[in-house]
Ligand binder design. Structure first.
Ligand code: SF4
Ligand code: MG
Length: 338
């Protein structure tokens, strides 16, 4: 198992001013995760749990009021170089060294992320030029056409503006442009949420295609929808209230969830009709906590049907219970615990 991205105890908080008092919103609060070559990791959780913030931290795309508090992010390139992303001196340095080239990010609003007034070929040219100064426009067009073709998009797309493309074509064009430099890691944030089911399938297929052709080694697929991501991910990481609470291979997460939150997520999808799906995990009673002052102990304890005394007092450690299977829950480390 060749590692590609390693997160160790990563923390990033938003500063928030209420009146004259400053608060910290603990959006990412001690996250550890390893992503290997070939992995498609589904990062799942309800909105506001810190998934998108975690994506920003993976890229060290830290813009106030977000602050990087601590921990380590390391990226390992195909040729074995190790980049300590958290050790770069400035965002510019991160950007010019690894963005696009080693790690690429497709944000949640990717349908709007491409500048509507720039043709696809100019986007390709800019992406390529960011790391290969001597690339020409005609060479950029050639490369872009090849990549578009791999995702079943016709040549003429290079001469179009993003607004001239349908949702599904635009999303594929975004993926093709984001991976032009063949980064090791691709992070996609809710890439299918705004699309109908047929178009979703095409986008999922495109992601598999990118990995198959070696344009990316590993994909981190962020979503609130565990039923979509299970179709493509080989591993799932479940995030709740700023922390990853469970990690495992997709089948064991779906069929044998260990954390009560994961269990609730799966039941809420499995047991309801498609029209109820939008409600999603409101099925789990209660609300996710305020991350300015999260619950003591296990952050899920106010909503957990299995909560014990210890859950409200001490935080459960994130432990490996089987090879490749980690969970943070007192049910799985003995009461009172280590
Ligand atoms: Fe529920 Fe306790 Fe496990 Fe938290 S630690 S998920 S409260 S049983
Ligand atoms: Mg989000």
């Amino acid at each position: 198992n060749e590692p590609r991205l390693i997160l160790k105890d990563v923390r990033a908080y938003y500063r928030q001013l209420k009146g004259t008092t400053e608060y910290q919103v603990k959006a990412v609060d001690g996250v550890s995760l390893e992503v290997y070559k070939g992995d498609i990791v589904g990062l799942v959780g309800e909105s506001g749990c810190g998934k998108s913030t975690l994506a920003k931290v993976m890229m060290m795309n830290i813009v106030p009021p977000l602050e990087y508090i601590g921990g380590e992010v390391e990226l390992v390139s195909r040729d074995g170089r190790k980049f300590r992303i958290t050790q770069f001196k400035s965002k510019d340095e991160v950007k010019s060294t690894i963005w696009g080239k080693h790690i690429a990010y497709v944000p949640q609003d990717a349908l709007n992320a491409l500048m509507p007034t720039i043709k696809i070929k100019k986007i390709a040219y800019d992406v390529l030029r960011s790391h290969k100064k001597d690339v020409t426009m005609s060479r950029a067009v050639e490369i872009a056409k090849e990549r578009l073709k791999e995702l079943d998009l016709p040549d003429y797309v290079v001469d179009l503006y993003p607004f001239q493309l349908s949702g599904g074509m635009r999303q594929r064009a975004v993926l093709a442009m984001a991976t032009l430099l063949s980064p090791e890691v691709l992070v996609v944030d809710e890439p299918t949420s705004a699309l109908d089911v047929t178009t979703q399938k095409i986008v999922l297929k495109s992601l598999l295609q990118l990995r198959k052709l070696g344009f990316v080694d590993s994909i981190i697929f962020i979503t609130h929808d565990i039923s979509t991501v299970r179709q493509i991910a080989n591993r799932i990481a479940v995030m709740y209230a700023g922390k990853i609470v469970e990690v495992g291979d997709t089948d064991s997460i779906i069929w044998e969830p260990l954390h009560p939150y994961t269990d609730g997520l799966i039941k809420s999808v499995a047991s309801i009709e498609p029209e109820g799906r939008e409600k999603g995990i409101s099925y789990i009673p209660g609300q996710p906590p305020n991350l300015i002052d999260p619950p003591k102990g296990c952050r899920f304890h106010p909503r957990c049907p299995y909560a014990m005394d210890v859950c409200g007092e001490k935080e459960p450690a994130f432990v490996e219970v089987k090879p490749g299977r980690q969970v943070a829950c007192w049910l799985h480390q003995g009461r009172g615990g280590q």
